[in-house]
Structure formats: C-alpha cells, structure tokens
Design a protein around this ligand. Structure first.
Ligand SMILES: [Fe+2]
Length: 225
C-alpha cells in the first residue's frame, strides 16, 4: 500500500470516530515526531502493539478487502511483565469491504456493532484440516444461543454483538453505511493467532510516497535512552 493511501484511511477513520462520538485515547493522535520523545513509560503501547493498524490483506484493493483497526488495549502472550488477559479493538468497516475468512487458534472474541450501518458476519466451523465444515454452527448473539446452517450470514444491527469461539471461521462486511465495530477479546497476537482460509499477509508492504501522518502499531521507534 502507498503511505499516502494509509494516511488518508486513518484521517477518514478519525473523522468517522468523531462523527460516531467515539473518543480514542491520546496516543491515537501522536505524530511520528512526538513518538521520538516517548520513553519507556510508554512501553506497553510498543510491546503490545496498541494503536493504528491498516491492512489490505495483500490484495492491493483496500476498499474491497482491507480493514482499518485501532487497538485500544491488549496484553501480551510472550512477555511476563504484562498480565492483562484481555484486549479491545476498534474496527472501521466500509460498505462491502470484506475481511476475508479466518479463525483464531487462541483468541475468543466478541464482535460488536457499535454504530453506523449493519454488520454482516458469515460463519462456518472449521474441519480438522482447516477447511470450511458443513456442520451446523452454534452461535451466541447477545446471550441468545442457537444453531445456524453452515455459511449463514448473521446481521448485526447497531448495539448487537456475536461471540466467536476459537476455530470458528468468520468473514464480515458492512451494509448500508460504514460500521464502527468493537472487538472485546482475549489477548491478541496478530503475528501468530490468525488462520486465514486463503494464505494472506496480515501486514502490508508500504511504499513511502509521503511522510506518515500516524505511525502504525508495528512502526514505533524504540524509546530514547
Ligand atoms: Fe477475527
């Protein structure tokens, strides 16, 4: 992806959050220059990859297959100094912008429509060899458990949410309007915990055609000594 495209996606995402009255934490607004001055007292942000995250899943087509995320809080599965067992993210999902089929090996998550349009989420169980299973899927939607046919598309209106256990394939997109989507989950490790049905790179290659407006969560400079 081009840096100019990523910059615009983040600007648009910040504007959408403002419109939805969702306030982001202070580090969402730090510039690359400000990051150079942030010492070890902010290691939690660096170590646990909090902050902005943009991917096009290697497609070269963000509008169709990309996703803008902001990790608000997270623990760390590798470092002992972090004992936080939970995570919270914001996902900003465009109309017909599809996050491709994936499941998580470790992380159980709730996906919440916090406002905007309708969030469509399609679910399958995984077979033992990680294909889409043809078995009924047990879903839990706001305290209501029921079984649906494999491949059912569950529609979440603003305020509604679904619980996704491990090894449950899901893909999702927005309809009608952009969706401000929340994710409340166990600790998240995007380097190891995502299994995509089709092999996809999670983090994009970036072509630097202008300076970054915000750094992505895997780009923070080390703390000054
Ligand atoms: Fe997921």
């Amino acid at each position: 992806m081009k840096r100019s495209e990523i910059n615009q996606i983040i600007r648009d995402g910040m504007e959408f959050c403002r419109r939805m009255n969702f306030n982001l934490p202070p580090f969402s607004k730090w510039t690359p220059e400000e990051w150079e001055t942030k010492g070890h007292e902010y290691d939690e942000i660096r170590d646990n990859m909090l902050g902005w995250d943009v991917t096009d899943h290697g497609s070269g087509n963000f509008a169709k297959y990309g996703l803008l995320l902001f990790t608000i809080r997270n623990g760390n599965v590798k470092l002992d100094e972090y004992d936080k067992p939970y995570a919270e993210k914001l996902l900003i999902i465009g109309v017909d912008q599809t996050c491709p089929y994936h499941f998580h090996y470790y992380k159980m998550e709730d996906i919440i429509n916090r406002g905007g349009g309708e969030l469509m989420i399609q679910v399958y169980n995984s077979t033992d060899d990680y294909q889409l299973a043809d078995t009924p899927v047990e879903v839990m939607v706001d305290g209501h458990s029921y079984a649906v046919d494999p491949g059912t598309i569950v529609c979440l209106k603003p305020g509604e949410s679904i619980t996704l256990p491990t090894y449950m394939y899901h893909r999702f997109w927005a309809e009608g309007e952009m969706v401000l989507c929340g994710e409340v989950s166990m600790v998240n490790d995007d380097n190891t915990d995502n299994h995509f049905l089709e092999e996809l790179p999670r983090f994009p290659e970036i072509e630097e055609d202008e300076p970054p407006f915000r750094l992505l969560c895997n780009e923070y400079p080390p703390a000054p000594e």
